[in-house]
Design a protein around this ligand. Structure first.
Ligand SMILES: [Zn+2]
Ligand SMILES: [Zn+2]
Length: 98
């Protein structure tokens, strides 16, 4: 018993099949391509899918941004500290010599 493939309506399939071999192959190929494109696991935790265009999942991206902000803050603090101690060192040296 043969019927036409409901997807391409070109090839005939057996009664217990849902699509012809051509359509089945095409669907498998598309599904594989789709899952390769869209489901990339996070390179940081490897437990969650990465966001499109990123290597990291949402949580790890947030963490990375947080760390980046902390480093910028730390750099500012270091820059501020680097200016002050110089003056203190000079005054301390003067006191010790006296
Ligand atoms: Zn078909
Ligand atoms: Zn992650």
């Amino acid at each position: 018993m043969l019927k036409k493939c409901p997807i391409c309506e070109l090839n005939y399939i057996r009664g217990n099949e849902t699509m012809c071999r051509t359509c089945a192959a095409e669907r498998t190929r598309r599904y594989a391509a789709k899952s390769e494109d869209e489901i990339i696991m996070c390179s940081e935790c490897g437990e969650k899918p990465a966001l499109p265009g990123h290597d990291l999942c949402e949580d790890c991206l947030k963490e990375q941004k947080r760390q980046a902000n902390l480093e910028i803050l730390a750099d500012k603090v270091r820059a501020d500290e680097a200016e002050d101690p110089l003056e203190e060192d000079i005054s301390e040296t003067e006191d010790e010599e006296d």
